[in-house]
Design a protein around this ligand. Structure first.
Ligand code: IFM
Length: 452
């Protein structure tokens, strides 16, 4: 039997959530609709016709939610700010909205929990969408103003800030496949959207450094794709390199190297007009960050066969991978996380945090009222071993945030898919820790994984 494996002292143990997925209270405290309110209220967009109107009612229940995080001994909480609560029209500050996050940050610190504030987790104010949203270059300045508002209010108590969560989803799921808000299906728009997200990130980091304490750590969170070719053929290898440029390097390269990859701009992306990239933009995007947030759930397989799904990537993005899957039908492959972290370390040399990792599981409530989610425990255990493996290979990984604290609104899947380590009864909104929460509690307490 192997012995337990320890993490280094100071390793950050956290859990993560996002505003629209948990807050509810969409029409309270001066909040105005975001693109996700509009989208979720559009017939046919969300499984079961669900929406975030009530969600977990975290807006009202945050004190007891934070009590539970503290009781579990979780040292850090990654929350996101609802832009449309703070600036309902995208521009004008709503004091009530700002105060909510001011109290949340104080509540975290009072309980000894370290805040990691995400500024944008997909819920753009609808008023800004009406002006063109992420397609309108002006969005970079709107985002910077919003970031500065939050930085000035909570910056003195917020040691770490993430600008964007998973801009890939905003650009491609929002504009190419239409699975996410704003639900467009015009693939040519994904590239300018990705660029404006990148620009907003870099501009906001530079501006925030001017108003927040010098020791504040700045980051961005990317859902990097661990890609593998479907076969040994040169065509699949080439398709995989290309998909890597479109899915990963379109963010990594400008942010960490100050230049878009040649594969994107040499015409192979099927989008030859990159005039939306202005002189000086790439330098702005490359504003130095202190760590990269990496979200990982599953690897993806790329095949050159099949039609293009959108310019520059492939319908066969997601070619079948044999082996175990979660109930999302996502392959379970912890070694993919090791490979990804080592690759980013070797190619970009940036410190990293795993800012999301977790799984949806069937989560039946037992006769004792508890969810005995051994499948989730096995998933988390495997992926935490994978993080240690990456660190053994030299990757500088400083923390891990389990996705997610409690079951919540899982975007296009509504409430049908549960990712939480805490169960939420959506009739009563009662929260009950699952076995995985108790398992995580003990991992955090010991700073080590149990023996296998
Ligand atoms: O729930 C989402 C989260 O909002 C962003 N990353 C992936 C999670 C699971 O799908």
């Amino acid at each position: 039997m192997s012995t337990s494996r320890s993490f280094p002292p100071g390793f950050v143990w956290g859990t993560a959530a996002a505003a629209y997925q948990i807050e509810g209270a969409v029409a309270e405290g001066g909040r105005a609709p975001s693109i996700w309110d509009t989208f979720s209220h559009t017939a046919g967009k969300i499984d079961g016709g669900d929406n975030g109107d009530i969600a977990c009612d975290h807006f009202h229940r945050w004190p007891t939610d934070l009590d539970l995080i503290a009781e579990l001994g979780i040292a850090a909480y990654r929350f996101s700010v609802s832009w449309s609560r703070v600036m309902p029209d995208g521009r004008t500050v709503n004091a009530e909205g700002v105060e909510f996050y001011d109290r949340l940050v104080d509540g975290l610190l009072e309980r000894g929990i370290q805040p990691l504030m995400t500024l944008y987790h997909w819920d753009l104010p609808q008023a800004l969408e009406d002006e063109g949203g992420w397609l309108n270059r002006d969005i970079a300045d709107r985002f910077t103003d919003y970031a500065l508002t939050m930085g000035k209010v909570v910056g003195d108590r917020t040691p770490a800030v993430t600008t964007l969560n998973e801009p890939w989803c905003s650009a491609y799921l929002g504009y190419a496949t239409g699975e996410h808000a704003p639900g467009l299906t015009d693939p040519s728009k994904s590239y300018p959207v990705a660029h404006h997200l990148n620009l907003a990130h870099g501009r906001a980091v530079t501006a925030l450094r001017g108003v927040m304490p010098a020791e504040t750590e700045f980051s961005v969170t990317l859902n990097l794709h661990q890609l593998e070719p479907a076969s040994l053929s040169e065509a699949d290898a080439e398709a995989t390199r290309h998909a890597d440029a479109v899915a990963n390097r379109i963010f990594l390269d400008p942010m960490l190297r100050g230049r878009y990859p040649d594969e994107l701009i040499d015409g192979t992306s099927h989008l030859t007009d990159w005039s939306f990239v202005h002189d000086g933009d790439e330098a702005e995007i490359a504003a130095p960050i202190d760590f990269l947030g990496v979200n990982y759930y599953a690897p993806a397989r790329i095949s050159a066969d099949g039609e293009y799904l959108w310019p520059g990537t492939y319908r066969a993005f997601g070619a079948p991978i044999p082996g175990p899957k979660t109930i999302m039908n996502w392959p379970i492959r912890p070694s993919g996380l090791t490979d990804l972290l080592v690759r980013v370390h070797e190619e970009y040399g940036v410190p990293m945090m795993v800012t999301e990792n977790g799984c949806a599981a069937p989560d039946l409530v037992g006769a004792d009222g508890i969810v005995h989610d051994d499948d989730r425990i096995a998933y988390l255990d495997g992926h935490l071993h994978a993080v240690l493996d990456a660190m053994d290979s030299g990757a500088d990984v400083r923390g891990y945030y389990v996705w997610t604290f409690m079951d919540n609104f899982e975007w296009a899947w509504g409430y049908a898919k549960r990712f939480g380590i805490v169960h939420v009864d959506y009739d009563t909104l009662v929260r009950t820790p699952k076995d995985s929460a108790r398992w995580y509690q003990s991992v955090v307490a010991n700073n080590a994984l149990p023996s296998r």
